[in-house]
Design a protein. Structure first.
Length: 324
């Protein structure tokens, strides 16, 4: 299923928690000494602000401090990241296998993630996230679950506002909520029935080089590291093999290193054009209000968006019904 994690502001970390206040201690253990000398950061899930850091020595590092309740953090080390809950007590992080244990909320988060691992449909995942939000409104899991619920549901701005009316008051201040509202506004501008919005890749190619030129165009927003994106490629390839002379296909590689994109294209036998802009390239997803990938849309010969969020068998059926 689609998963994303973003980071939020330090002032909003302690989201209306009913948990007790106290000292936290995060012990991060590595399987080998290859990480010795690396700096480990605990950052805010909301903003990315660094809360505490430490240097790995003899295969482990200890990060500790005081916490008023609980909050979701993203741990960063050597370009990799792990998300878990910081709360009073000792938290054990086994870096190499990703296990986080030792406190009640992390055990709850582990069970939730295991449930989500078996879900591929966003509509089903949304129900799980909403239930988690309802059950954890006042602890660190709540804002995280609320964020994912918004992303899986693709609400209109007014619908998000209605949800916030009954959410804890400080949810309105979360940066990720603000981003969700902005994405919803962009979704309205690029909804089905609206003309596509053009953009250019750094190397010069534009979406308009493929879309709105007299043929239907299938546009796939994806990344090499995205498991669901990779699983969708064979479905697109099946359509490409059948319809490539009758319609256009173009990939948009976002949030990805070019070398990784190229390797994935080779591994997955992607032969259609792919626009790419590097790891920090977010213009395309921002323009279309896309917060999770893969996101596949269909544009008609005149440049009007006729479908968004296509995937799997539903995508195949939509293309087949065009009668090309």
């Amino acid at each position: 299923m689609k998963k994303w994690i973003s980071i939020m502001a330090l002032g909003l970390l302690l989201v209306a928690s009913c948990s007790k206040s106290g000292h936290y201690k995060v012990v991060v253990t590595f399987a080998s000494d290859s990480a010795d000398g690396d700096t480990v950061y605990l950052t805010s899930y909301d903003s990315g602000d660094t809360l505490v850091s430490g240097v790995v020595k003899d295969k482990f590092v200890v990060l500790e401090g005081e916490v008023d309740g609980s909050f979701m953090t993203r741990m960063l080390v050597a370009g990799k990241r792990k998300t878990f809950v910081v709360e009073p007590g000792e938290i054990s992080v086994m870096y190499d296998d990703g296990k986080v244990t030792g406190t009640p909320l992390n055990e709850k988060l582990n069970a939730l993630n295991e449930e989500l691992d078996d879900i591929e449909e966003d509509s089903v995942a949304a129900k799980v996230y909403y239930k988690a939000y309802e059950e954890n409104k006042d602890n660190g899991i709540g804002p995280w679950a609320f964020n994912y619920y918004l992303m899986c549901s693709q609400f209109q701005p007014a619908q998000i506002d209605s949800l916030l009316n009954v959410a804890p008051e400080n949810y309105r201040g979360l940066k990720r909520v603000h981003k969700a509202i902005k994405a919803a506004e962009r979704m309205e501008i690029t909804a089905e029935g609206k003309p596509f919005v053009d953009f250019s890749a750094p190397e010069g190619q534009k979406l308009s080089d493929f879309a709105g030129n007299g043929k239907y165009t299938l546009v796939d927003f994806w990344a090499s590291w995205c498991g669901p994106c990779r699983r969708e490629i064979p479905n697109i390839k099946e359509l490409y093999d059948k319809y490539s002379t009758k319609m256009n296909f173009v990939g948009v590689a976002v949030w990805d290193n070019p070398d990784d994109t190229h390797k994935a294209m080779q591994d997955l036998a992607i032969t259609w054009p792919v626009l790419e802009g590097g790891k920090n390239w977010a213009e395309p997803t921002d323009l279309y209000g896309i917060s999770g990938i893969p996101h596949i849309l269909l544009i008609d010969p005149k440049g009007v968006i006729v479908a968004r969020g296509l995937e799997g068998e539903a995508m195949k059926k939509t293309i087949e019904e065009l009668g090309l």
